[in-house]
Design a protein around this ligand. Structure first.
Ligand SMILES: Nc1ncnc2c1ncn2[C@@H]1O[C@H](COP(=O)(O)OP(=O)(O)OP(=O)(O)O)[C@@H](O)[C@H]1O
Length: 270
């Protein structure tokens, strides 16, 4: 059973006013005015974003635009220089345990412990989620990604793609209602990548999981998601809604890739 089922959103958050409550009702992620700087280098310049339950969104943008930094701010790995992040109504700065308890974040595969086996990592992580065993959906996902045969080997002997699969299985363990994934398709073979894309889509549309995925894979953005967010130089420059994406997909003369290039050149001229 998921550890998240019986949590009520916002139980430690200040009482919201009516307008806020209307948004908070199905808002899983709320980002308000988030800024971030590394020393003197300002990277995020005031990000505002709401993701609702069941939305599958891609964060796209040029190298160095701040995607990873933003995801780290959402996961609590970086503290924003300004602004606020709320997950399921819980303020990440004021109620970090409650907020992060609703979040699944796939760690950098390079940071996985090399001396443990994949199964030991899954067991350890299940423990941190308050689970006595590795949940059946996690083992099913491992099989889907063809990770199962590798689970009893040491992580230090894994290929890059196999580490990536383990990081994803760990991030999704316990069926958290919000998933934040940074380039999860990196290093995955085509069959595993397709299986993961379908799996994320099923989680979003079948279980109401909110998924935010940073990617350079225009294929994901073109075919699988409900929303595309374009980050350029630390600012969200374009937000394509589900309706806009449906219209782009239906028109053989248009593509998200072309729309992205146009938005990038408009941002360059602004
Ligand atoms: N730890 C750090 N210290 C200083 N500067 C950093 C650090 N991490 C990232 N940066 C800088 O912040 C900016 C944004 O980097 P970030 O990794 O967030 O971009 P990105 O959009 O994820 O890039 P990519 O698509 O190449 O992965 C870059 O200019 C980068 O050099």
């Amino acid at each position: 059973m998921s550890p998240f089922r019986n949590r009520s959103a916002g139980d430690d958050a200040p009482p919201p006013d009516r307008a806020e409550a209307a948004i908070a009702g199905d808002a899983m992620l709320q980002v308000e005015g988030v800024q971030h700087r590394y020393d003197e280098h300002a990277v995020l310049h005031g990000i505002d974003l709401v993701l609702r339950r069941g939305e599958f969104a891609a964060l796209i943008g040029p190298n160095g635009s701040g995607k990873t930094t933003l995801l780290h701010c959402l996961a609590g790995l970086q503290r924003p220089s300004a602004g606020r992040v709320r997950i399921g109504g819980h303020d990440l700065a004021r109620a970090p345990a409650a907020a992060r308890g609703l979040l699944g974040f796939a760690v950098d595969p390079a940071r996985l412990p090399p001396l443990l086996s994949g199964r030991e990592c899954l067991r350890l992580f299940a423990g941190t989620r308050g689970l006595r065993e590795v949940p059946a959906p996690t083992l099913a996902l491992s099989e889907l990604l063809n990770l199962g045969p590798m689970l009893d080997r040491r992580v230090g002997h894994y290929s890059l793609g196999t580490r990536q699969k383990l990081a994803i299985a760990l991030g999704l363990l316990g069926e958290p209602p919000l998933l934040v994934l940074d380039e999860p398709l990196n290093g995955l073979d085509p069959l595993s990548a397709y299986a993961l894309k379908r799996h994320l889509q099923d989680l979003a549309h079948g279980r109401g999981t909110t998924v935010l995925l940073a990617t350079h894979s225009i294929d994901v953005a073109e075919r699988f998601i409900d929303r595309a967010l374009l980050l350029v130089d630390g600012r969200l420059r374009r937000d394509w809604t589900a309706q806009e994406l449906v219209a782009i997909r239906a028109d053989p003369q248009r593509s998200l890739e072309q729309a992205m290039v146009e938005a990038l050149s408009a941002a360059g001229e602004a």
